[in-house]
Design a protein around this ligand. Structure first.
Ligand SMILES: Cc1cc2nc3c(=O)[nH]c(=O)nc-3n(C[C@H](O)[C@H](O)[C@H](O)COP(=O)(O)OP(=O)(O)OC[C@H]3O[C@@H](n4cnc5c(N)ncnc54)[C@H](O)[C@@H]3O)c2cc1C
Length: 434
């Protein structure tokens, strides 16, 4: 049976997935929605989306996600989301020294873009630096052996601002919010006879619920231990270069520039003059030796992982800059951090009822580091689940994986990543345990 619209619904997590869910539910006349967020602010410092920008690129190796992103981009262009969307284009390349795996991945993305009727008209092949410069005339680096394609259908979204905007809209529409470790931090879901009846927050208070939706990002495993290793809390590095007003203005309108073997950067933010960079790599995990599950080190260790950039990632970032904007390659890197997301082995999301919870708990997770582009539409998938008469996730790849969903063969690693994941304790100086 579908979930009645008057059901008290508690959403754990005020990040991208939680806020999108609150938006879609309130827009569809669910009348009793409360969001719990452990940080005191939205955008929360613990959210992977608390950031200047995220790539919004439509082409996936998997047409299922390509079509979803096309739908998301359509929604990014509506009045509610348009202030945060910048269709600057996506310059997607490899350098001449890229390993075979990066070259093959690029080819699959390019094939996906050029074979899709909606995207293909926006794609231009780039067979060397001479083809690239017209799309990025500010680039005065050597671009040694660079080739790939430019996709003008793509761009980026200002993720922190988008969260703040949708927070205001949902609050105005009647969604209740509890923020901060005490009032908003959910210590546990409270069950009676296997069914969730509410949550208990950091201050010990019990909040009754008819349905609990867990949208806790990389923190999901602490709230729902039964997920086990379906979800791996994983981090990638982020760093910035602080520019002058003139430098920011000169780089206005540059495409998102991505070398698969080094990483990527964005048009600088005119408010802060920050140019954001992300190195590409296998990321970092934080495995608990007893359970074998990787957990986010937040909120306890925010101070430890913020301000930290592994040396190997700094090397990739500096190479990327040396080949594209060499004047910035030696600049100090500021606002360094490790950004935590919820990874699945097959990069598929999980949007499903928790088995055994008698329809009282939904998990919305497994963003796998590519979920923000879906911000305008994610909540619609939860609404579809709640409206389903059989209470069943019809999209089999989004089911709780151990309940028979997901792909049969997850394979040894994820095709679009380069490099192996490393334990955080092995790269963090002086730390053996987090
Ligand atoms: C470096 C990096 C780069 C990325 N780049 C891109 C990109 O280019 N394009 C793209 O589409 N996506 C990108 N992503 C992924 C994107 O950020 C995520 O897909 C998205 O933020 C996932 O949303 P979420 O709501 O699941 O998690 P989050 O946004 O992390 O939000 C989870 C929230 O839950 C809260 N929470 C956790 N536990 C509790 C609790 N017990 N009680 C209360 N609150 C709790 C947290 O405080 C947090 O605010 C990137 C991610 C990273 C790390």
């Amino acid at each position: 049976m579908a979930v009645p619209k008057s059901t008290p619904i508690l959403i754990i997590g005020g990040g991208a997935f939680g806020l999108s869910t609150a938006l879609h539910l309130v827009q569809n006349n669910y009348t009793d929605i409360t969001v719990f967020e452990q940080d005191e602010q939205i955008p929360p410092r613990y959210s992977a989306a608390n950031d200047l920008n995220k790539i919004v690129r439509a082409e996936y190796e998997d047409k299922f996600y390509t079509d979803l992103t096309i739908e998301a981009i359509k929604t990014w262009k509506t009045p509610l989301f348009a202030p945060y969307f910048h269709q600057t284009g996506f310059l997607h390349c490899v350098s001449g020294a890229a390993p075979q795996k990066a070259q093959e991945t690029l080819k699959r993305f390019q094939d996906a873009a050029t074979s899709h009727p909606t995207i293909a008209p926006h794609v231009v092949p780039l067979n060397g630096p001479g083809d690239i410069r017209p799309w990025f005339w500010q680039c005065d680096g050597p671009l040694p052996g660079w080739r790939g394609y430019m996709n003008r259908f793509d761009g980026y979204a200002h993720s922190g601002n988008a969260l703040a905007g949708i927070y205001r809209v949902t609050q105005g529409a009647g969604v209740k919010f509890f923020l901060g470790a005490q009032q908003g931090g959910v210590a546990e879901i409270v069950y009676e006879g296997g069914k969730a009846v509410g949550v208990r927050t950091g201050d010990g208070r019990f909040h009754a619920a008819g349905l609990v939706i867990v949208a806790a990002g990389a923190g999901v495993g602490k709230i729902l231990p039964s997920l086990g290793t379906q979800i791996v809390a994983k981090a990638w590095s982020v760093a910035h270069v602080l520019l002058s007003d003139e430098e920011t203005a000169a780089l206005r309108g540059i495409p998102v520039t991505y070398a698969r073997d080094f990483g990527f950067f964005f048009e600088p933010d005119p408010k802060t003059n920050l140019l954001k960079l992300c190195p590409m790599g296998g990321g970092y995990i934080n495995t608990d030796r007893a359970s074998g599950v990787s957990h986010s080190p937040f909120p306890e260790h925010l101070d430890v992982v913020n301000g930290f950039l592994p040396a190997e990632d700094e090397g990739r970032i500096r190479k990327l800059l040396a080949q594209t904007l060499p004047g910035l390659a030696g600049r100090p890197l500021v606002k360094k951090s490790l950004c935590w997301f919820a990874d699945t082995k097959d990069s598929d999301f999980i949007v499903d009822y928790v088995p055994g919870s008698q329809g009282s708990v939904v998990v919305l997770s497994g963003d796998s580091g590519h979920g923000f582009k879906m911000f305008p539409i994610v909540g619609g998938w939860v609404r579809d689940l709640l409206e389903d008469q059989q209470g069943e996730q019809k999209v089999s790849r989004w089911r709780w994986k151990e309940a028979g969903g997901g792909k049969e063969d997850w394979g040894g690693d994820v095709s679009w990543r380069l490099g192996e994941s490393r334990e955080l304790r092995d790269v963090l100086p002086g730390r053996t345990k987090l």
